[in-house]
Ligand binder design. Structure first.
Ligand SMILES: *Cc1c(COP(=O)(O)O)cnc(C)c1O
Length: 333
């Protein structure tokens, strides 16, 4: 099989659910289903678990003993890296580009879960991700000087392998007839790249599905610059070249981003409420709420054929919602 030669640590308990979303689908006039990567056994789940199978696989293959990972205090990547390291028995250090909260602070969401896992946490102040990476590299040097073998999380091609695997899993589930019509459209966030590019690569191999990329971070040119590099890296790593053109297989939407990464939009907040009220499922506002807003807006404007199967790919991150409580304080009921 395609991924058999890649070092991997199993962190998932089988497949994640693919389930019909009949009430919301009926309201939108499309055959809708959800791929639930928010439903996993490890650490409250999320897309990063799939990538961590390959990141930690690489760490162990290289004989590393300490994992370093960076992100904001509400980062899902940091929480799931800490959880995967707990399960695997690797040491983990989380580096937040934020100021350290005062002693005795009440923590919420992912920050709370990190505290419960007792993960070593360092704060490098409110700097950008490049300065954060400089700080992480310095920490890795310090660890090497102590005789440790650090592994820094984040190689995008390695991380994307998890979503090549996810694409094959999704297609196999769709072929088993989870929704009554063939799957033709998949909606997912466009952000740093590994998740959506891996998915796109796998769906390109399978063929027949359009991937709708809803930007939550970058403009189109910057995004494709990142994605093209990951795609080329996957071709090299896996030794296969999808017959399709990635740019033809995907559609990119920049109009649901609003003020930028992490900045909520009213459409996204409304999508969170709609999802909860129609399906009893929760989405955070950085990624999934914006994707869902895009999906709902396109369906309502009749931009999606009423007879073609549509999948909303839920990438998880739901613990972050508890850190976003203030966004709903003004609340439209
Ligand atoms: C990190 C994350 C994404 C984006 O994944 P990338 O591979 O970085 O593009 C999407 N959704 C959630 C919930 C995430 O935590």
């Amino acid at each position: 099989m395609l991924l058999d030669n890649q070092p991997r640590v199993r962190l998932m308990n089988g497949e994640t659910p693919l389930e019909p979303a009949a009430r919301l689908g009926n309201a939108l006039g499309i055959p809708l289903c959800f791929k639930r990567d928010d439903v996993m056994s490890l650490g409250m789940g999320g897309n990063k678990v799939r990538s961590l199978e390959f990141w930690l696989g690489e760490a162990l293959e290289q004989g590393c003993d300490t994992v370093l990972v960076g992100g904001l205090p509400q980062s899902n990547l940091c929480r799931l890296t800490a959880a995967a390291c707990a399960r695997t028995g690797l040491s983990c250090t989380v580096i937040h580009n934020a100021d350290e909260p005062p002693a005795g602070s009440v923590l919420q969401g992912n920050a709370l879960l990190n505290r419960l896992m007792g993960v070593q946490t360092l704060y490098c102040g409110p700097v950008d991700e490049y300065r954060r990476m400089d700080f992480i590299r310095q920490q890795a040097e310090l660890l090497r000087a102590q005789g440790k073998k650090p592994y820094i999380i984040g190689d995008p091609v390695t991380g994307a392998l998890g979503y090549v695997s996810a694409a094959l899993e999704l297609c196999a589930q769709a072929d088993r007839g989870v929704i009554p019509v063939p799957l033709r459209h998949v909606f997912i966030s466009a952000s740093a790249g590994p998740t959506e590019t891996g998915l796109l690569f796998g769906l390109c191999l399978a063929g027949g599905v359009t991937v709708h990329l809803v930007s939550v971070e970058y403009g189109e040119a910057v995004f494709w610059d990142i994605a093209d590099k990951i795609f080329a890296g996957l071709e090299k790593r896996l030794g296969v070249r999808p017959a399709c053109d990635m740019h033809q297989t995907a559609r990119f939407y920049g109009q649901y981003l609003g003020g930028g990464y992490g900045r909520p939009t009213s459409g996204a907040l409304e999508a969170v409420r709609t999802l909860a009220r129609f399906e009893g499922i929760f989405a955070e506002t950085v990624y999934n709420a914006k994707v869902l807003h895009g999906l709902m807006d396109l369906a309502q404007n009749r931009m999606l054929p009423p007879d073609e199967g549509v999948c909303f790919y839920h990438t998880g991150g739901s613990p972050a919602l508890f850190g976003q409580a203030a966004q709903f304080a003004g609340g439209t009921e």
